[in-house]
Design a binder for this molecule. Structure first.
Ligand code: APR
Length: 179
């Protein structure tokens, strides 16, 4: 599914984020930047050890929840990986909406800072961190749409959803948003 926001494209696909041919892919990391399962495991596995070498060297304190840091992408097709730390779902009482939105906007800021034209996001926080996918889709797609409306960059933002259910949830929200 593809919509346009001014001159920019906002796209939903089903697939594996490590296979995307874009300038930057976003990793769903933890605040220690210590690696893990899910997207994090797949990104480090496909990118190789240089990613962890760089995060250990440049970000020994890790990264706070709601923010993101950039590294090179090692063996991946992308040039950069943005390691974003989403919130753990705590029933909606832990400022999760603001923190999740802030992950997406910080990654888009990093894209602009690095001159990146295309970025692929996973559904941050919707796996191990247990964020309900419908709510995550609403927050993330709304945040990205607002950023693109205001800044008109990057030219392509692609959400890469792993399962049918996650794809469907995002497609429903996006259809409602543009409909
Ligand atoms: N490509 C795209 N999406 C994927 C992939 C992949 N290769 N692998 C998993 N997913 C999906 C999951 O189905 C889920 O919808 O990404 C979403 C995010 O799930 P997680 O990777 O578990 O990320 P998150 O919920 O943000 O939890 C982060 O998990 O592994 C740890 O180190 C990581 O502690 C951190 C936590």
């Amino acid at each position: 599914m593809l919509v346009t926001v001014g001159a920019c494209r906002l796209e939903l696909v089903q697939g594996d984020i490590t296979h995307q041919e874009v300038d930057a892919i976003v990793n769903a990391a933890n605040s220690a930047l210590a690696g893990g399962s899910g997207v994090d495991g797949a990104v480090h596995e496909a990118g190789g050890p240089s990613l962890m070498d760089q995060t250990r060297r440049e970000f020994p304190e890790g990264c706070e929840t709601g923010s993101a840091v950039a590294t090179a992408a090692g063996n991946l097709a992308a040039q950069f990986v943005f390691h974003a730390v989403g919130p753990v779902w705590r029933g909606g009482h832990g400022d999760e909406d603001r923190l999740l939105r802030s992950c997406y906007s910080r990654c888009l800021e990093l894209a602009v800072e690095h001159g990146v034209e295309s970025v692929a996001f996973p559904a941050i926080s919707t796996g191990v961190f247990d964020y309900p996918v419908d709510l995550a889709a609403e927050a993330s797609l709304d945040e990205v749409r607002q950023f693109l409306e205001q800044r008109q960059r990057p030219s392509l933002v692609r959400f890469v959803l792993f399962s049918d259910g996650h794809f469907g949830a995002h497609a429903r929200v996006l259809e409602e948003m543009v409909g």
